[in-house]
Design a protein around this ligand. Structure first.
Ligand SMILES: Nc1nc2c(ncn2[C@@H]2O[C@H](COP(=O)(O)OP(=O)(O)OP(=O)(O)O)[C@@H](O)[C@H]2O)c(=O)[nH]1
Length: 776
């Protein structure tokens, strides 16, 4: 075990408080990004020149650091960054992301023909390469694709991630957002901002992802882009303004007018691949001027330079408008809105231009990692330079025909074919035998990839979210916290009927993908137990086993993972003695036992060698054993400090085992004397529903004994933030659906452990004792 991991091993779960979003009233996704923002914000940030800075709270503070980093970047890094964009495409289900992406691949020359989602040609869209995706016409796994786009005689390289829209698969969205620098938010022109648009938007905010918006399906009856923009302003609370107006409507949609430079763009040719530039059609001139004025006004609100021009009453130039859009978009204060129809091949190419013009290059985004070189996690800024030591994040694993394919985002340095990298978690050195750029499920071999790029490798054993670093790097930088929160819920699971290994294959894969999902075999009950961060989190895996591996499962009742703790200090003096017949055992330990906040700790201070060093090590093992199964109900222990300060050995009978057992006995004795309590997981609950259901939602949360912390009222919807015991949340999705006519959504996240009621404690102890007695 590496030194770092050894140090981490004793870390407690409450220290590990993390944001594990379990979004939605349908099935639960879960992020494996233990630290779910782009920044690790627990302390100061170490810059490359060893300067310590406060972790930025605003974009302005971020920008100061970004500028400092860029001032030091070599020319060649600046030049390659200039031509690179890592972008995702996110939206509510069925908004047309896949259809849109298919056009992007076609126009960038990546594919030779367009195949429709659920198309008659039975080929399916390129990005939906899993059979299930093609069959159902939905995207369930993201795939990364590399493509190039020519603009103003320059070639730009995009790494494009097609992210799923279904809430069931939000883990993919979360993962994609962590590695992306910007995104295209696709919104339906008829439905406008929908519930999942709001969810996706929230995720993008969390990961500080700037976005341009594309209003799709402008060919449909009832399409109204300006209403959708109003909703973006109101519901997503992001200032948004159109930078285009449509030419024609419904089946007569012909293209768009770019209102910044006042040019009409007509999509012509069989697949809309020819763009004919023309003057603005007469009947659109007034609308263009009206929307252009609105754009400038909106920009003046979010950009100082534009505000000055606006207040002076001057007419901004095209460059000034574009400059303001770029600054405000990257600062996440604004989203420019484009429009068209992916299916009708209208207005897609201008979105690619907008990606180049308004979404950030890799060096315009601040990314931080954690320096774990000395076992303590310290946030550091990453340098998007190919000459810096390599740091990469494995953000996605895929089972391919050539084995496990691992997608890596290179944050620092470069990755070369044939070179070695160190898997930070295990300390193992691995060879990069093959390096590819992915094109959906096809691939292109490359010799090296530089900072800011996304690539994939084969045959590397790792889990999703793992970091790789250069073997020669002095600084060990982790891209995600090594702390993995403890599971709060578990259930037994077994295949319904005989199957040929798919079940364990699925279990192995899910564990690798998601460190908060755990599988163990209980030898006592002979059952497989899965555990995770909530009822819905586990439900999704049960569903995925069925969908992706064709194995139907039977599951037991979900069990909450309690913790056992103490509330007052005590002392102990315990002797373990077995001296009748054969070789004897003798060990005596004395010391103090006290409560400690959020962790478990073992210390010793022995004077005069009363307990030799090797036996003290056995004592610490005995302590670790005791933590696994508390004396009250057999659940894990949390919040105990055991200090051994005295003891006794026997010249012949003392052994490591005797001291391990003595410590275990002392632990049990002291624990029961220290006013023990049972702790239960408390979840942060966020419920969003239309305003008319506010009364019933608040009523429901009160009934569950939840503590309502805050309620935010929007135009149509309200959001309620509460803390609830996980115990009361079983079946919450059903109750919420019932009291909001299915219109409520919620997210759950582990918050803390807190004492159960004395009544429940009594009940749990009685149940445990009864079960123990039955076993005898
Ligand atoms: N009329 C019209 N239909 C569209 C347009 N774009 C996509 N569609 C249709 O909308 C449906 C959903 O499109 P997809 O591209 O699968 O949407 P998605 O957002 O990728 O869907 P998920 O991956 O399942 O979330 C398909 O039937 C498309 O043909 C458009 O511009 N106009």
């Amino acid at each position: 075990m590496s030194r770092f991991l050894r140090n981490m091993a004793g870390a407690s779960s409450s220290l590990l408080k993390s944001r594990i979003p379990i979004v939605g009233a349908r099935l639960a996704p879960v992020s494996n990004h233990i630290s779910s923002s782009r920044f690790f914000s627990n302390s100061k940030l170490l810059l490359a020149d060893n300067e310590l800075k406060e972790v930025p709270q605003t974009y302005e503070e971020e920008k100061v650091i970004i500028d400092e980093i860029n001032r030091e970047l070599p020319e060649e890094d600046l030049a390659s960054s200039l031509r690179m964009r890592n972008i995702g495409i996110s939206a509510h289900i069925d908004s047309g992301k896949t259809t849109f992406t298919e056009r992007v691949l076609y126009y960038t020359g990546r594919i030779k023909a367009i195949h429709e989602v659920r198309g008659r040609d039975a080929v399916g869209a390129k990005m939906d390469h899993m059979d299930l995706e093609r069959e159902k016409g939905i995207t369930i796994q993201s795939a990364a694709t590399y493509c190039s786009w020519d603009k103003d005689s320059n070639k730009y390289h995009f790494n494009l991630i097609d992210t799923p829209g279904h809430i069931d698969f939000t883990i993919e969205v979360e993962r994609a957002l962590r590695v992306l620098d910007g995104a295209v938010l696709v919104v339906c022109a008829v439905s406008g901002v929908q519930s999942q648009t709001v969810t996706v938007d929230r995720q993008m905010r969390r990961y500080n992802v700037p976005r341009v918006t594309f209003i799709n399906k402008m060919d449909r009856m009832g399409a109204n882009p300006f209403k959708a923009i109003e909703q973006i302003n109101l519901k997503l609370k992001t200032p948004a303004a159109a930078i285009q107006v449509p030419i024609g409507a419904e089946e007569n949609l012909k293209g768009v007018v770019n209102i910044i430079d006042r040019v009409a763009l007509f999509n012509e040719g069989d697949q809309g691949e020819v763009i004919r530039k023309a003057d603005i059609p007469e009947d659109l001139k007034d609308l263009v001027e009206e929307k252009r004025a609105l754009l400038i006004e909106t920009l003046a609100d979010v950009d100082d330079e534009m505000a000055d021009i606006f207040l002076e009453g001057e007419e901004p130039t095209v460059e000034q408008i574009k400059g303001a859009i770029r600054r405000a978009t990257i600062a996440r204060k604004f989203t420019p809105v484009l429009m068209g129809s992916a299916l009708a091949n209208k207005g897609v190419q201008p979105v690619l231009d907008a990606v180049v013009d308004y979404l950030p290059q890799p060096n315009e985004v601040l990314n931080t990692g954690l320096d774990v070189s000395d076992g303590v996690e310290k946030p550091v800024s990453l340098i998007p330079s190919s000459s810096a030591p390599f740091v990469g994040l494995a953000f996605k694993l895929e089972e391919g025909q050539y084995g496990q394919l691992t997608y890596i985002r290179v944050y620092q340095g470069k990755l070369k074919k044939g070179s070695y990298m160190t898997h930070l978690k295990s300390g193992k050195k691995v060879k990069v035998a093959r390096l590819v750029r992915m094109h959906s499920n096809d691939m292109e071999d490359v010799n090296e990839v530089g900072a800011g790029e996304i690539c994939a490798t084969f045959g590397i054993d790792c889990a999703s979210g793992d970091t790789f670093v250069s073997p020669s790097a002095e600084q060990q930088i982790a891209m995600s916290s090594m702390f993995v929160p403890e599971a709060v819920i578990s259930l037994s699971i077994a295949p319904k009927s005989k199957e040929n290994g798919a079940f364990s294959k699925a279990m192995n894969r899910f564990q690798k993908e998601d460190p908060t999902f755990r599988v163990k075999f209980d030898p006592e009950s002979k059952e497989t137990i899965i555990s995770g961060m909530g009822e819905l989190h586990l439900e999704i895996y049960v569903e995925r086993i069925k969908r992706e591996y064709g194995v139907e499962c039977i599951t037991g009742k979900p069990q909450v993972s309690y913790r056992e703790s103490i509330t007052s200090p005590t002392t102990f003096d315990y002797t373990h003695k077995k001296q009748s017949g054969g070789s004897g055992q003798y060990g005596r330990v004395m010391g103090e036992f006290s409560p400690i906040e959020g962790e478990n700790k073992f210390t010793e201070h022995i004077v005069g060698g009363k307990i030799p060093e090797k036996f003290l090590f056995a004592c610490s093992k005995g302590f670790d054993d005791s933590l696994e199964k508390g004396p009250l109900i057999g659940h894990k222990v949390l919040g105990v400090h055991m200090h051994i300060n005295d003891g006794q050995t026997h010249i012949v009978d003392s052994s490591e085992l005797s001291f391990r057992t003595a410590t275990h006995g002392a632990f049990k004795q002291a624990f029961l004397n220290a006013n023990p309590v049972i702790l239960e997981p408390i979840m942060s609950v966020e419920v969003t529903a239309p305003n008319e259901f506010q009364g019933s939602v608040v009523g429901l949360l009160n009934k569950l004994g939840g503590m309502i912390l805050e309620t935010e009222n929007g135009q149509d919807e309200f959001t309620c933030f509460a803390e609830c015991s996980l115990n009361t949340l079983f079946g919450f999705s059903t109750s919420l659906r019932a009291c909001t006519q299915g219109k409520g959504e919620f997210s759950l996240e582990f918050c803390k452990y807190s004492q159960t009621s004395p009544h429940l404690q009594k009940e749990l102890i009685a149940q445990y004792q009864k079960a123990q007695a039955a076993k005898k």
